[in-house]
Design a protein around this ligand. Structure first.
Ligand SMILES: N[C@@H](CCC(=O)NCCCC(=O)O)C(=O)O
Length: 255
């Protein structure tokens, strides 16, 4: 019986009922499940060792770096924390940086979402605006008020760059996407290709130049009801195909 590709999903550290915990919100896991994948949560410790990372990822067919209300530590891109930057998760930062290297070294399909997009940029040498709304000429990209349907509703236009990964996945040069982030791409890392921008010029998606597998990261949240949004659906279909291909390679290799 064919097994589903196994996809590692990075956790966040939270306190649950008074206990330190590792968690992933369901929408990431259910979206991966709905597209035929088997998601598994990857726990995060700041002092995780390379051997532990290798053991956690050795059987995976893909990696997903999710969104989170916490922020990548500004020290990781040689910046001082600003007052608007109030939430950190150093345990998550540590594994996220390691997973970017693992994905690219081992051609593991990599999907970054929101904080995950920012992590990939920082891991590859880029930097972030800690409060995009403070930048002259930039929109306020923060999470709107209201119920979840309102918060994850399309919030701004998106211009998709022709000839890239996203343009190959999605037949269209324009879309509208949700927006739930205060931070954003300042200096784009070398080795990343711009795939889409917001009306204010903020980079909203990038791919890893020369990656031999799927390596795409987006600032918005395609895991939110992807079946109702053509662009979100195209991203998850493309990612699932890449994970299936990786699984096939492993299966062939294991014969
Ligand atoms: N904290 C960063 C990234 C924002 C982000 O990932 N938001 C996710 C909200 C919760 C979820 O849907 O997972 C920033 O503010 O830029």
């Amino acid at each position: 019986m064919p097994t589903r590709p196994l996809v590692g999903v990075i956790a966040c550290r939270r306190e649950v009922e008074g206990h330190p915990s590792h968690m992933v919100t369901d929408k990431y896991l259910s979206a991966l499940r709905d597209y035929g994948l088997a998601p598994v949560m990857l726990p995060v410790w700041e002092d995780i060792s390379p051997a532990e990372v290798a053991a956690l990822t050795g059987r995976l067919d893909g990696l997903v770096l999710t969104g989170s209300h916490t922020n990548v530590a500004p020290q990781r891109y040689a910046a001082e924390r600003i007052p608007e930057n109030t939430r950190a998760d150093h345990d998550r930062d540590s594994l996220a940086m390691a997973l970017v290297s693992v994905a690219l070294e081992r051609d593991l399909p990599l999907l970054g979402i929101c904080r995950g997009f920012q992590e990939i940029n920082v891991a590859l040498g880029g930097s972030l605006y800690q409060a995009v709304q403070n930048q002259p000429g930039k929109l306020d990209h923060r999470e709107p008020e209201g119920d979840k349907a309102s918060r994850y509703a399309p919030a701004h236009d998106l211009a998709i760059r022709p000839g890239g990964v996203l343009a190959r996945l999605f037949d269209g040069e324009q879309a509208r996407v949700n927006s739930l982030h205060q931070q954003g791409i300042d200096r784009l890392a070398e080795g990343l290709r711009i795939e889409a921008v917001a009306p204010d010029g903020l980079v909203e998606a990038a791919s890893v130049t020369g990656a031999r597998s799927f390596a795409l990261a987006v600032q918005w949240h395609p895991e939110w009801q992807p079946g109702t949004h053509a662009l979100y659906d195209a991203i998850f279909r493309g990612y699932a195909r890449a994970c299936e291909a990786h699984q096939g390679q492993l299966t062939e290799a294991s014969i």
